[in-house]
Structures are given as structure tokens and as C-alpha cells.
Design a protein around this ligand. Structure first.
Ligand code: PLP
Length: 356
């Protein structure tokens, strides 16, 4: 049976978008492709409120996390860690031999500007990596405040943001906040099938990349930019996904980025209220995510059994991530899900668990 996904990626994809992917193939060096990318790019720029470049990579987000840390620093990267995905970015940085240190807080807590200030004050760093929405814990780090702090006191520090599980849900003001790299795979809040990653890159980040000798090959921004100028990509792009993205961006912009965030927030508030009534919320309540809610399993239910029952009714939620597997479960309210979907889901859970 088809299950509607309430997991934090991949998310539910509308039929119209699935169909947009089925358009005939076009040559990636043909005018048809350049025309497509020339339509998509300004829409992405509008969505991210930026006049700077937005690249498309045929890769899941992890690839671009790797590519971006390889070309961001001539000194050391400060990798902030507050859960599984931010830990992954730190591990990627280490694996690539890029000098770095980790600034870690316990799971469920946020990276605060004060902590970042203290770490950056050593003067050792010229880049900071932050996960905007830590999908494993359901915590959103205060990225605009961290960026403001960095700009005020540490002007050489590039701000790299993994916005994988919130871009196209949470509104992102790339230029106003002064971000340098902001990336996201499209299988989460964009509500597209997986396999494509969008990445905004600032002029500052481009300048830095040009100075880094071992940028790697596939994600090299300098090479990417040569093709970007012609509305192309160096290697074969994910053409079908870009065709679907073109259609989806029209829907995102028609809804409005602020309105889209408001819808995500409304769904989050409904799930949080339900969680508080029936279970508990995991993590610091001052920094809860608007796209995914991590619920403390205070009743000790079997999340596996709940998901089996939900599956029979056509839905799927997520268990806790990693170490939180049994202690939590997650409900994603991202992408094209509507308030009515969330209300329906919570009714089903009430019914299965006998809560109502
Ligand atoms: C899902 C996720 C990733 C990994 O994305 P892939 O597209 O699977 O590589 C990275 N960071 C965050 C915050 C995520 O939610």
C-alpha cells in the first residue's frame, strides 16, 4: 500500500511533480537545457532572497557538504556539532584532511552565538559549519544570529550552512543574513524525489575557493561557475529532477516563502501541542524545529508497532535517530504536507494508541 510520508526525508511528492519528472529527455549541452536552467536559477534566487549564484549538483546533500568544506578554508574550520548530521559534517571535514575543530553541545541543545563567539575568538578559524535544522534532534540553530555575530566580530569567517531539512520550508534570507554557502537536497522541504542538491554560494566563498589548492573535482565551485555562466553544469545534471524543480518552484513562489514558513510553523505547533498533551517534547523548547518534531517517548510505546499500524492506514512516521531510536519518535511536517494531513495523522495515532 502507498504510504504518505511523515518522515524527515524523503517527503511526500505530489502527483503533478512526479509527472513533471516524466517529461522527455533533453540534451544537457542543448539550448533546451540551458533554457531550463535559466528559468530555474532566478526562481531559486528569489526563494533564497539572493542575487548571488545558486548551483545545482546531481548528488545527495552529503556530497555538497563534502565539497563545500573542502574549499572554504585556508586556516581551520570550526565544525559545530549538536546531533547526528552536524557530527557527519565534522567527520566529513576530518575525512578530507581539512584542518578543523569541533564545537559540540549535548544532543537536544542548540549552538548559541555566545558559544560560537568564544570559539571564534581564538582567531584560528576562517570558516564555520552549522546545520540549520538538526534533523536528528528536532532543534533549529539560530543561524541568523550566528551569522550576525560572525560578521560583526570575525569578518574573515565564512558561514557554511547545511539547510537540508529546512530550505523551502523555513524562509532563508541568504544575502541579508550574509551567508556564504547554503545547501539542501530537494527530497525534504522542496518535496521532490531525491538526487539533486541546491547550493547558494556567495562572492566571498567564491573568492576563498579560488585560493584553495585542493578543492576536489566534482564539487569544485570554480569549475561549476564556468558552466553556470552558460546555464550548464560541468557533468551531466539531474535533468528530470530539474524539470520537476522548475514546476515546484512556481508553486513555492506562488505560495510565498513567508507563507510557506507560516504553514510549516502552524503544522509544528499542532504537533507540539499534541506531543505535550500525550507524550513530551525532546530538547530545548526555545529552539524547536518548524519542519520536524522530535517527541519524547514517555509512554514507552513500540514505535515499530505504531508504524506498522500506521502503514496499514497509509502513513509512515520516523523513529528516533541513532542513540534516540527507542526514546523518541519524529513526525516531519515538511514540504507539501498540509495542516489537514497532520490533523489526520494525529487522529490515526490517537486511535491506534487509544489516546483520544
Ligand atoms: C537528510 C540530511 C542530510 C543528508 O542528506 P542526504 O541528501 O541524504 O545526503 C544532511 N543534513 C541534514 C540536516 C539532513 O536532514
Amino acid at each position: 500500500m502507498y504510504k504518505k510520508l511523515f518522515i524527515p526525508g524523503p517527503t511526500h511528492v505530489r502527483d503533478e511533480i512526479l509527472q513533471a519528472q516524466a517529461a522527455p529527455m533533453i540534451g544537457h549541452r542543448a539550448k533546451e537545457y540551458s533554457d531550463l536552467q535559466a528559468q530555474v536559477t532566478p526562481k531559486l534566487q528569489e526563494m533564497l532572497h539572493t542575487r548571488q549564484r545558486v548551483y545545482l549538483f546531481a548528488s545527495s546533500s552529503t556530497g555538497v557538504m563534502e565539497g563545500s568544506v573542502r574549499q572554504a578554508s585556508l586556516k581551520k574550520v570550526l565544525c559545530t556539532v549538536c546531533g547526528a548530521f552536524s557530527k557527519r559534517w565534522y567527520e566529513i571535514t576530518v575525512a578530507n584532511g581539512v584542518p578543523c575543530d569541533k564545537l559540540e553541545v549535548p544532543m537536544g541543545e542548540a549552538i548559541t552565538p555566545a558559544l560560537v563567539d568564544k570559539a571564534l575568538s581564538s582567531g584560528e578559524y576562517d570558516a564555520i559549519a552549522v546545520v540549520y535544522n538538526e534533523t536528528s534532534t528536532g532543534i533549529m540553530n539560530p543561524v541568523p544570529e550566528i551569522a550576525a555575530l560572525a560578521h560583526e566580530k570575525y569578518p574573515d569567517v565564512l558561514i557554511l550552512v547545511d539547510a537540508v531539512s529546512c530550505m523551502a520550508g523555513k524562509d532563508i534570507l541568504f544575502d541579508e543574513w550574509g551567508l556564504d554557502v547554503c545547501l539542501a537536497g530537494v527530497q525534504k522541504c522542496f518535496a521532490l524525489p531525491a538526487g539533486l542538491t541546491v547550493c547558494a554560494v556567495s562572492d566571498r566563498a567564491m573568492e576563498r575557493a579560488r585560493q584553495v589548492p585542493n578543492r576536489g573535482y566534482y564539487f569544485d565551485f570554480v569549475e561549476q561557475d564556468k558552466y553556470y555562466q552558460k546555464n550548464q553544469t560541468p557533468a551531466t545534471p539531474a535533468i528530470s529532477l530539474i524539470q520537476a524543480l522548475n514546476v515546484q518552484l512556481d508553486a513555492i513562489l506562488a505560495e510565498g516563502t513567508a507563507e510557506r514558513e507560516a504553514r510549516h510553523r502552524e503544522m509544528a505547533e499542532i504537533v507540539r501541542a499534541w506531543a505535550k498533551k500525550n507524550f513530551g517534547l525532546y530538547g530545548d523548547e526555545d529552539y524547536l524545529s518548524v519542519t520536524v518534531t522530535n517527541i519524547a517517548n514517555t509512554r514507552g510505546i513500540s514505535v515499530g508497532d505504531l508504524n506498522k499500524e500506521l502503514g496499514k492506514r497509509g502513513a509512515m512516521i520516523s523513529n528516533g535517530y541513532g542513540a534516540l531510536k527507542e526514546n523518541c519518535f519524529r513526525i516531519a511536517h515538511m514540504g507539501d504536507l498540509q495542516v489537514s494531513d497532520i490533523e489526520w495523522l494525529l487522529c490515526q495515532i490517537d486511535d491506534i494508541l487509544g489516546l483520544a
